[in-house]
Design a protein around this ligand. Structure first.
Ligand code: CA
Length: 369
């Protein structure tokens, strides 16, 4: 309800009088805006695309909900459900869009069938790493564009986590040239899979739960998953000998929080600020956790599991890069919406590459031993 200027002035005067009436130790709790109803509570549901208890990703979504509860003094309580507990993993976007639940956590490339251009807000082969993605999303216009893309679905997106640079995957033989990829059956989803097919490979779609068995029984010759930490937990080192890097197909996969637009609008400003800032905090926290866990798992795989870790040959990477450019161009020609986001992404990526070349990359390239 709109308040007249008179009644707003009246309320503010009354609040001021009350503050004067309170002792100094009481005043801190009375300084909130008069428009916020502190007695109104919100009980929300969040559904994710992750298996129950999935380390870092599901755990991070749960920590995010716990932090919001603590910061809002229980006014916003979010119950988090893993994939399949309430909604099948790949239907979480629709559930948030339709308002069946208020929140979702996953990654934008899962909705590529419905919103192909959403992939740029997740990751694309040879695209930006977490640093570039955060710069684009928070400060380079990326998030505004993302909100616009999801607007017709009544979904408000936020970045909420990043896997960091993934690994290239596990192979049952060495990859010394592009010929070694020909006919290779590999679990590699999304645009990476399309590029892999152009290179002569045979991309296979498999859910995470089927990956280990398929590789172990030679139903597939290779698979990518995430990074050393999650790959080790899945036991992939027992199913294939050769572990390749870098993850050219997923250089920094952004995880997303999605909120139903009507639910978001129903929150008072202070709770919106809590959600938005908790999302930024968790975005950093999840990436940091991934980095730390990946570095110790890499050491374990190399030193104790005797895994052979290889860099993809430079000419294989160069060819995959060329095929990626072709794939993205083809998708852009088919679809003006895809093209619009692709152009914005490319423009930012170019600037990011220029700056990174003389900052982070140049620094890391110094021999410091
Ligand atoms: Ca992956």
């Amino acid at each position: 309800m709109l308040m007249s200027d008179f009644s707003r002035t009246f309320i503010i005067s009354m609040v001021a009088l009350l503050l004067v009436a309170c002792g100094p130790e009481d005043s801190a709790i009375n300084t909130q805006s008069s428009t916020i109803d502190n007695n109104k509570t919100f009980q929300w549901k969040m559904v994710t695309t992750w298996p129950p208890g999935f380390p870092v990703l599901q755990e991070g979504a749960e920590r995010f909900a716990d932090n919001i509860k603590a910061m809002s003094n229980g006014r916003l309580e979010i119950k988090v459900y893993a994939g399949g507990e309430l909604i099948p993993p790949l239907q979480t976007f629709d559930a948030v869009s339709q308002g069946t639940v208020e929140m979702g956590h996953g990654s934008a490339y899962y909705w590529a069938g419905k919103v192909p251009e959403a992939q740029f807000f997740s990751t694309v082969p040879f695209g930006m790493t977490a640093r570039g993605m955060n710069a684009w999303l928070y400060d380079g216009g990326g998030l505004e564009l993302w909100r616009e893309i999801y607007k017709p679905f009544h979904v408000v997106p936020f970045p909420l986590g990043n896997t960091g640079v993934q690994m290239g995957g596990w192979f049952n033989k060495e990859i010394n040239s592009l010929d070694d990829i020909k006919g290779l059956k590999m679990r590699i989803p999304g645009l990476g899979g399309k590029v892999f097919a152009k290179a002569g490979g045979n991309p296979v779609l498999l859910a995470g739960s089927e990956v280990y068995t398929a590789l172990e029984r030679n139903t597939i010759d290779a698979t990518e998953w995430i990074g050393p930490y999650h790959d080790q937990r899945l036991g992939l080192y027992r199913a294939a000998d050769h572990y390749y890097y870098p993850g050219w197909h997923e250089p920094g996969t952004v995880l997303e929080l999605t909120i139903n637009e009507r639910a978001w609008m129903s929150l008072p400003e202070d709770l919106q600020a809590i959600v938005s800032n908790a999302a930024q905090a968790e975005n950093v926290r999840m990436l940091s956790e991934m980095e730390q866990k990946n570095m110790s798992a890499l050491q374990e795989l190399r030193d104790r599991k005797n895994v052979q870790i290889h860099h993809f040959p430079d000419d294989v990477l160069a060819k995959l890069k060329t095929l990626t450019d072709e794939t993205l161009q083809e998708e852009a020609e088919k679809d003006p919406k895809f093209k619009r986001v692709f152009d914005a992404y490319q423009q930012f990526r170019q600037q990011n590459d220029d700056w990174s070349a003389i900052s982070e990359n140049a620094y890391l390239a110094i021999d410091k031993d």
